[in-house]
Design a protein around this ligand. Structure first.
Ligand code: FES
Length: 160
């Protein structure tokens, strides 16, 4: 993000209440992630330690330090979803989208080369009764079985 755009965002959030999260949220939306160099620049401009900003970005799942694709798929790996088949769902998603990788320390984030889809994992959306659950761009899908995955992806422009 260039300095002028960042200044414009900062100017929108003059009030101290919710200022930092508001600015970070705006950066996330515009850039589809929070670039590290933008975070450093923001730290200097609003005089908040970089470590504090970094903690916020890594704490809230809404933020990402890596660029995310046009559609964000979040697979719940909380215990009820895990037990009811979330691992298999993730595997089928990876196969359909041609991405790979293992989760590390409970974190996983992979984006397709065309930047269309990003797959991440999370811990519990509070919808355990519908396990296994996943979200696409905030749309919640419950009782997901592997056979349903292509049908869900097609709603977001994926082609078999
Ligand atoms: S564990 Fe998946 S919604 Fe709660």
């Amino acid at each position: 993000m260039d300095e002028k755009s960042l200044d414009e965002i900062i100017a929108q959030y003059a009030s101290p209440s919710g200022r930092i999260l508001g600015i970070l949220r705006e950066i996330q939306i515009q850039e589809r992630h929070v670039p590290m160099d933008t975070l450093k620049l923001l730290s200097e401009k609003i005089e908040i330690p970089l470590s504090q900003l970094y903690s916020l970005v890594t704490f809230y799942s809404f933020f990402s330090l890596q660029r995310v694709g046009e559609h964000l798929i979040t697979v719940c790996m909380g215990t009820p979803c895990h037990v009811k088949g979330a691992v298999k769902n993730l595997k089928v998603l990876q196969e359909c989208l041609g991405i790979s990788g293992e989760s590390q320390d409970g974190k996983y984030l992979q984006t397709t080369p065309d930047n269309k889809f990003t797959v991440e994992i999370a811990r519990c959306f509070g919808a355990c009764s519908m396990a296994p659950v996943l979200q696409v761009d905030g749309d919640l899908y419950g009782y997901v079985i592997p056979e349903k995955i292509p049908e869900i992806l097609e709603k977001y422009g994926w082609k078999r």
